[in-house]
Design a protein around this ligand. Structure first.
Ligand code: ADP
Ligand code: GN1
Ligand code: MG
Length: 366
């Protein structure tokens, strides 16, 4: 759909005159645009996002979460020498009437952020150092949020990482098979059903009090952290829609899912998909350097297991969406969600094969 970005910008406290704007990034959920405005000191970019309100049902509440989290991060960052908080956390630009979001005449919700210049996101990690830096940044982010003042953040998507419920939803989609696609996915369905046993492990430990709830990001894929062009440092964790109460292990697991493979999330040639233990080691180092001081022994024990668990969880979400007719994730070709499913399941298979080696990495670094 074409949106009038100029008119939209005019609704926000964005200085200068609109120059141009266009789609930006490769996220699967929101519509993200980079817009440029001419100011007295030259062109300035902003991020403008149309928030997917089919998925995020209560946008005012979601924006309240993000405002609280970014304000808290800002107060922490102000005390760190040499840090510019406007580059190291997202900054919401309010609308001309002071609201953190805009609701337009179509019922669409929009928000604007300061554009973080001189840094980038990567869909695929290019070096061990990038893996280390990303994990350090996500660990630091969790650490800053340990003392977020009450009340509890609202769950923007309830049961987001409740893997057993995700599994039950998959089973419903297999039974209903509304698009007659189950036949094309028979081996994938068999593989999914064979893994039911592991789905409840972290949730059971949470319910039994062996793991604790913290404020977590919940969508820590590698392209949700910006790495500084000059220093390579992970400077800013972005995509804060799912910051809410959760388990740190799902955050670390999604870093494993998205940084240890040799191929993109939607690779069609599975022979190119290979789990790399050296990338895993870099992640564990980065994460423990940032979060080792607050992680419990029970959490550290799961730093290998969580990788295959969330990779399986995202795999069954892609499979559910394939069977349901591609209604949740953006897709760019027929069978896209099935390709994504297969890549995830191949990564799960390889992590299962190398779980001992992964646990040995954790033992040597903890
Ligand atoms: P989605 O929820 O669709 O994944 P994101 O919030 O992750 O949307 O934004 C999509 C992409 O836009 C990111 O991967 C990143 O490259 C870019 N981006 C988002 N926010 C900023 C920002 N404040 N500054 C610069 N780039 C950004
Ligand atoms: C979505 O928004 P994005 O593209 O960063 C999804 C994640 C999945 C991911 C898979 C709110 O993340 O849960 O892991 O796609 N976000 C939401 O690539 O569902
Ligand atoms: Mg994103």
């Amino acid at each position: 759909m074409n949106h009038d970005l100029r008119a939209c910008c005019a609704e926000f406290q964005i200085d200068g005159t609109y120059i141009d704007g266009g789609p930006y990034g490769t996220g699967h959920i929101n519509d993200t645009y980079a817009v440029r405005s001419q100011t007295a000191t030259g062109p300035v970019r902003h991020i403008l996002q149309r928030i997917n309100h089919n998925i995020f049902k209560d946008v005012p509440m979601l924006m309240d979460n993000i405002a609280r989290v970014t304000e808290h991060l800002r107060t922490k960052l102000q005390d760190v020498p040499g840090v510019n908080p406007e580059r190291e956390t997202l900054t919401i630009i309010p609308t001309t009437d002071g609201s953190p979001y805009l609701k337009d005449e179509n019922g669409d919700y929009w928000r604007a952020y300061i554009f973080i210049e001189g840094a980038q996101t990567y869909d695929e990690v290019q070096s061990e150092d990038q893996a280390y830096q990303a994990a350090f940044a996500f660990g630091t982010f969790q650490g800053y949020l340990l003392d977020l003042p009450p009340p509890r953040l609202v769950e923007t998507i309830p049961d987001f990482h409740h893997t057993p419920k995700r599994f039950a939803t998959l089973v419903e989609a297999i039974d209903a098979d509304p698009c007659n696609r189950a036949a094309q996915a028979r081996p994938d369905i068999e593989s999914a059903l064979a893994h039911e046993e592991m789905t409840g492990r972290l949730i059971r430990d949470l319910e039994a009090g062996r793991l604790s709830e913290r404020v977590t990001h919940n969508d820590t894929k590698i392209n949700n952290v910006m790495l500084d062009d000059a220093t390579g440092r992970g400077i800013c964790v972005i995509d804060l829609d799912t910051v809410m109460p959760g388990l740190v292990l799902y955050d670390f697991g999604d870093q494993i899912r998205t940084t240890t493979g040799t191929a993109p999330e939607d690779e069609q040639d599975l022979s190119k998909v290979r789990f790399q233990i050296n990338m895993y080691e870099a992640l564990v180092k980065g994460y423990l350097d940032a979060a080792g001081s607050f992680l419990t022994a029970a959490e550290t024990d799961y730093l290998a297991f969580c990788g295959k668990l969330i990779t399986f969880e995202i795999g069954i979400r892609f499979l559910t969406d394939y069977l349901s007719g591609d209604v949740y994730f953006k897709t760019h070709r027929p069978g896209h969600n099935l390709d994504r499913t297969r890549t995830q399941f191949e990564m799960v298979r390889q992590m299962e094969e190398q779980e001992e080696e992964m646990n040995a990495v954790v033992s040597s670094l903890r």
